[in-house]
Design a protein around this ligand. Structure first.
Ligand SMILES: [Zn+2]
Ligand SMILES: [Zn+2]
Ligand SMILES: [Zn+2]
Length: 360
């Protein structure tokens, strides 16, 4: 206990957290705390800081002469004292905030003291731990402290396995199943949001690989790369690995296979089918089928124009996604990534997921 409750006349200088109490008149009201302890105070100051206390003070008394007592029960004496000090000095020590932050938040909410509520919300948010988060969360909900509530929810969601073992969580399960449900729902939403984002990233990566494959396809058929080139061009014309070596090498192997495979697409060869799909995708994106050197480009174009196929929309969508994936990546490709790619081009080991990982 910090300051002993005193009679109205003998107020110690630091009772109100002020350096000088000389200018204060005699206290005219007592705050009654639990344990029947009293804190003398000034009704004008209490009323000016809290509309709720103002109401209590203005309430008519039974006897004009009876002393004015305001009960603030249910929280420790020292927490009430810290609250009263805030009403006088608009400040609160770190030590009090540390010890009584939870009580002060409740008092600031009940007695409508927004400055204190703001301070408590901020400080409690900074002092959240696995051990106290469930208690603070419940209080934040009761006190309509939305920011603090959300902060608690996020902490619970991120460390649920540990939070689940705390006393606070067990108490909550027994006493507030609705809040428990709210929290579990929140965790669920976060999880599915993460899952959606992961799925989107994976899709983007695939479209980007496809877009790179399209570039390599044209470049192999136009100028040739390490081991595969156009039929009318001297092999050995260009023998250094290109900047998209990993994708390019996979494609070249696919080309070589496609040229010699006996089973072919209709025989059920999956590698040939993949090549077929890549060639078809190229044709869907190609603007110059007449002068294009990519195999089957013109044939695919004609075929697609003749047959208004049912899956035309699906192909159009795929083309759109491949094109936009490239645009997005070229905008966001960081310098570091470009350097990585250059490094990869120099290395000769095939990548773990080259062209083989495509699924159309
Ligand atoms: Zn190449
Ligand atoms: Zn094959
Ligand atoms: Zn073409």
């Amino acid at each position: 206990m910090e300051a002993s409750p005193t009679a109205a006349s003998g107020i110690s200088v630091d009772l109100y957290g002020l350096s000088d109490t000389k200018s204060l008149p005699e206290p005219d009201v007592d705050i009654l705390t639990c344990d029947a302890l009293r804190i003398p105070a000034h009704s004008s100051i209490l009323a000016s800081m809290s509309p709720v206390l103002e109401n209590v003070i203005d309430r008519p008394r039974k006897h004009r002469s009876s002393e004015r007592v305001i009960p603030i029960l249910g929280v420790p004496y020292d927490a009430v004292l810290a609250f009263v000090r805030f009403l006088y000095s608009s400040s609160c020590t770190e030590e009090n905030m540390e010890k009584y932050g939870i009580h002060l938040l409740a008092l600031s909410h009940v007695y409508l003291v927004p400055q204190l509520k703001h301070r408590c919300t901020k400080e409690l948010g900074q002092r959240l731990t696995i051990e106290n988060v469930v208690d603070v969360l419940q209080l934040a909900k009761m006190c309509d402290a939305a920011d603090l509530y959300l902060k608690c929810l996020k902490l619970v969601a991120n460390h649920f396995k540990v939070v689940e073992t705390t006393e606070g969580w067990k108490f909550l399960q027994d006493h507030d199943p609705w809040l428990e449900l709210d929290i579990l729902q929140f965790i669920d939403e976060i999880e599915s949001r993460k899952k959606r984002a992961r799925k989107h990233r994976e899709e983007q990566r695939l479209y980007l690989q496809l877009s790179e494959a399209m570039e390599c396809l044209e470049h192999i058929c136009k100028e040739g790369c390490t081991s595969v080139g156009p039929y009318d061009m001297e092999p050995g014309h260009k023998r250094r690995p290109c900047s998209k070596f990993s994708t390019c090498q996979g494609l070249q192997m696919l080309f070589q296979h496609f040229a010699t495979c006996k089973r072919r697409v209709n025989g059920g060869c999956l590698r040939c089918k993949r090549m077929w799909q890549l060639l078809k995708l190229h044709s869907s994106m190609c603007d110059e089928p007449d002068s294009c050197r990519v195999p089957l480009c013109r044939q695919f174009k004609l075929k697609m124009q003749q047959e208004k196929k049912r899956d035309e929309a699906r192909w159009k969508l795929l083309v759109k996604k491949v094109v936009s994936a490239k645009t997005i990546s070229s905008l966001s490709l960081s310098k570091r990534k470009r350097e990585e790619e250059l490094g990869e081009a120099r290395s000769t080991t095939p990548p773990p997921n080259g062209i083989r990982s495509f699924r159309l």
